[in-house]
Design a protein around this ligand. Structure first.
Ligand code: AMP
Ligand code: MN
Ligand code: MN
Length: 342
């Protein structure tokens, strides 16, 4: 969509200069990070390069099928040392925040490895690589990888198309979120032309819930609070609930999106106390207001309409830091229908 920018040209040159690549993405990886890794790995291998993929955190069950296309390993100190020694370049996908790559981050300095970053987050827009392809207008990092592959003239195989489709549907909420645009739909149309089965991929990505996860969602949703004259929905999950249902933080994926269906709602805030004293805050805007600054100011990040931050303290502490900020944003908003679209 952006055309061959200087950064993209620098990225293609970066690929041409190196032979053995190590790919990684952010902690608790999602379909965009993992799909982008797999698509890029398949592209690089088709171009005769050696590729390894190593992430801080494990691959969630929903995305495990992607590992049939490309092995994805989880951080382990000895393995990480070995991978960094073997690689002559590192590519970081779907985050431009060093802290978000987790336990791989300290190895960047020790191994003095050249780094390229490909990402679509606004918060850390300068990047920490020698090459930084950071395009906040892209709906998914997979969309940038798709553009890069096409610029390189490499054929898109069905496997690459599948990995990119997973990236795209994950970050656009299956083409429902405000980042969905004509480029995302054109890309999807093109990917479908390469023989992938969208229904099968949707089932593979979405049909991984345990009964416990659904009961957990039910419990949390029962206590849904509606504040700010119907514009703000607040959800809370307690450590006891995670424990009783045998869940971890990543299992809340999708929960914060459920209240979006309430008429007149502008913002959803989910406070997940994943373990005592550690609260994962997820914010979503239905499109009129930007909420990323609320998280960025507290050390987190994200996009204008989907952002998050991890806070120390109780859920009450987290609410006290977040809700007044959301109040200010919502109080400044014109009534629905009269305000301009964000
Ligand atoms: P989540 O609410 O975890 O689904 O995250 C929504 C968006 O915010 C994603 O684009 C994340 O990359 C970003 N995000 C979430 N948590 C953090 C964090 N602690 N630091 C930076 N970005 C975050
Ligand atoms: Mn991501
Ligand atoms: Mn993403």
């Amino acid at each position: 969509m952006t055309g061959a920018t200087p950064e993209r040209r620098a990225f293609h040159e970066f690929l041409a200069r190196h032979r053995r690549f190590l790919l990684t993405t952010h902690i608790n990886p999602d379909g965009d990070g993992l799909g982008s890794e797999v698509a890029l790995a398949l592209w690089l291998r088709a171009s005769g390069r050696e590729v390894a993929v190593l992430n801080d955190s494990p691959v969630p069950a929903a995305f495990e099928f992607l590992t049939a296309l490309q092995a994805i390993q989880q951080f382990e100190p000895a393995l990480a040392e070995q991978r960094f020694e073997q690689a002559d370049a590192l590519i970081v996908l779907d985050t431009s925040n060093r802290q978000r790559v987790g336990r791989l981050s300290p190895l960047f300095d020790r191994h003095v490895i050249p780094i390229a970053v490909v990402d679509h987050h606004v918060s850390h827009a300068t990047g920490f690589g020698q090459v930084n392809v950071i395009e906040p207008e892209a709906s998914a990092t997979g969309e940038i990888v798709y553009d890069l592959i096409r610029e390189a003239g490499t054929p898109i195989t069905r496997e690459i198309a599948e990995a990119l489709y997973v990236a795209l549907i994950t970050d656009t909420g299956s083409f429902r979120f405000s980042n969905t645009d004509s480029h995302a739909h054109r890309m999807a149309a093109d990917l479908l032309g390469h023989g992938l089965d969208p229904q099968r991929l949707h089932i593979q990505v979405s049909a991984h819930a345990s009964a416990g996860r659904l009961r957990f969602f039910g419990e949390v949703l029962t206590r849904l609070e509606i504040l700010e004259e119907g514009r703000l929905a607040v959800l809370e999950a307690a450590p006891e609930q995670f424990e009783r249902h045998g869940l971890v933080g990543a299992d809340t994926d999708g929960l914060v999106d459920m209240p979006r269906s309430i008429a007149g709602l502008e913002v959803v805030a989910l406070f997940s106390e994943v373990e005592p004293g550690k609260v994962k805050v997820s914010l979503r805007s239905t499109g009129r207001v930007a909420i990323d600054q609320v998280c960025t100011r507290l050390g987190g990040g994200g996009h204008p309409h989907a952002a998050g931050v991890m806070l120390r303290g109780t859920r009450a502490d987290a609410r006290a830091r977040i809700l007044p900020e959301l109040h200010k944003i919502l109080a400044a908003l014109e009534p629905a229908g009269r305000g301009s679209a964000a």
